[in-house]
Design a protein around this ligand. Structure first.
Ligand code: HEC
Length: 139
């Protein structure tokens, strides 16, 4: 009796497993799982246009935010030769060049200093304020 019941269970489990895997292999799910991860659009296709995210360049972020998210990666240390934030010694000679020069160099790039310090959506005023913020905290 017990033996028969076990047999029944085994058969039942196989049936269950069979139906599950059959479901997994149905045409739709195979197509879904094997479709390429990207789509290629050729000229003339309707391309779904997603609006670029509007990034507020003023108001929502402070100068300190900009420094921390955009400039600190290089300026928090002197590892790659960037004048280090808070380190007066690495800023003295630069400050002597005049604020205008420093702001222009930050805007346009200067040797390994990338234009706008990689803050592509920063306004000229934001760059200026960030430079002044760095200077003010580094002397
Ligand atoms: C990818 C690294 C990197 C990032 C990010 C970066 N800087 Fe720099 N920055 C440098 C380096 C390197 C120098 C030194 C260049 C030199 O003197 O040759 C520098 C120099 C400067 C100078 C001095 C320029 C001069 O004329 O002496 C200012 C001002 C400055 N950076 C501001 C900023 C500001 C503001 C940001 C953020 C918006 C920023 N940097 C982001 C690497 C970076």
């Amino acid at each position: 009796m017990v033996y028969k019941f076990k047999l029944f269970l085994v058969v039942f489990m196989f049936t269950l497993a069979g139906s599950v895997s059959a479901d997994h292999l149905n045409e739709h799910s195979v197509e879904k799982r094997t479709k390429p991860s990207g789509s290629v659009y050729v000229e003339g296709d309707d391309v779904p246009v997603s609006k670029p995210a509007v990034v507020a360049s003023t108001g929502s972020r402070t100068t300190e935010d900009i420094y921390k998210t955009k400039c600190a990666a290089c300026h928090a240390t002197d590892a790659i030769g960037a004048p280090m934030f808070g380190n007066a010694a690495s800023w003295t000679d630069r400050i002597a060049k005049g604020e205008e020069t420093l702001i222009n160099n930050a805007m346009n790039g200067f040797n390994a200093m990338p234009p706008k310090g990689t803050c592509g959506d920063c306004s000229a005023d934001e760059i200026k304020q960030t430079v002044l913020y760095m200077i003010a905290n580094s002397q």
